[in-house]
Design a protein around this ligand. Structure first.
Ligand code: SAM
Length: 230
């Protein structure tokens, strides 16, 4: 099945392993919790979580992505653990304080029409004292990729103001209602190294760079980990 790039980015095994490692650190051990994967796309994260025994609500605005995710979940034999919901992250149809864990990875917030509203909605549906993990494109990373913008001045300048990517400070402002525990990096390898060269040697490097307080800015994504006030 072929679907648009923005629905199905080229997430590598290394990206997914990195994101799952970040998530696992904060994921409650109790499997009887309610998890929201907002803008969960094709189930890149929902399916591995369901395989671990969790129940997930996978919400996405794209029916194509949801259909793809449903097929993948069937293949992975976890269809009964994932609820598929078509919806907009800026206007979630869930009650306030109803999820024990909320994730929204890889540009869902930035691609929604109102990032601040999306952030507020994600926080609204999260239960007090529970964790939210969200990742967005790293503006600093993209500003260094001048070759990808054909060295064109206007394109590079637009990077400074686009709402589709964030610096760490901007990301923290977006989620300032949370107690932010940290911001780490993800996607160093896939952002910098040709896919054909990405072998398992890079797994440790990805985590090392992503966790470093300064080296993390060389990663394609910034990942915010925060907890809702009690
Ligand atoms: C780059 S993909 C990331 C998918 C998934 N979170 C992951 O990490 O693999 C971005 C996803 O955001 C979804 N999306 C964009 N705007 C949205 C909105 N307003 N509400 C819900 N989902 C949205 C897209 O359909 C797409 O599946």
């Amino acid at each position: 099945m072929k679907i648009k790039d923005w629905v199905y980015p080229e997430a590598t095994e290394i990206d997914t392993a990195r994101d799952l490692r970040i998530i696992r650190e904060y994921l409650p051990r109790n499997k009887n919790i309610r998890i929201l994967d907002a803008g969960g796309g094709t189930g890149r994260i929902s399916i591995p979580l369901a395989k671990m025994g969790y129940r997930i609500v996978l919400l996405d605005i794209s029916r194509t992505a949801l259909n793809f995710a449903r097929e993948e979940a069937k293949r992975a034999e976890v269809l009964d653990r994932i609820e598929f919901v078509e919806g907009d992250v800026c206007n979630l149809q869930f009650e306030s304080n109803s999820f024990d864990f909320v994730i929204s990875l890889r540009d869902v917030v930035s691609y929604s029409h109102e990032p601040k509203k999306a952030a507020k909605e994600l926080i609204r549906v999260l239960k007090p004292d529970c964790y939210l993990i969200a990742s967005v494109s790293n503006r600093v990373f993209w500003l260094t990729k001048v070759e990808r913008w054909n060295y064109e001045f206007e394109k590079i300048k637009s990077m400074l103001t686009t709402k589709r990517m964030f610096t760490e400070v901007e990301l923290r402002e977006l989620f300032d209602e949370l107690k932010i525990e940290k911001v780490v990096g993800s996607g160093y390898c896939s952002g910098n190294i040709p896919l054909r060269q990405l072998d398992e040697n890079f797994f440790r490097l990805e985590n090392f760079i992503g966790e470093d307080p300064e080296l993390k800015y060389s990663c394609e994504y910034l990942v915010l980990i925060g907890r809702k006030h009690e």
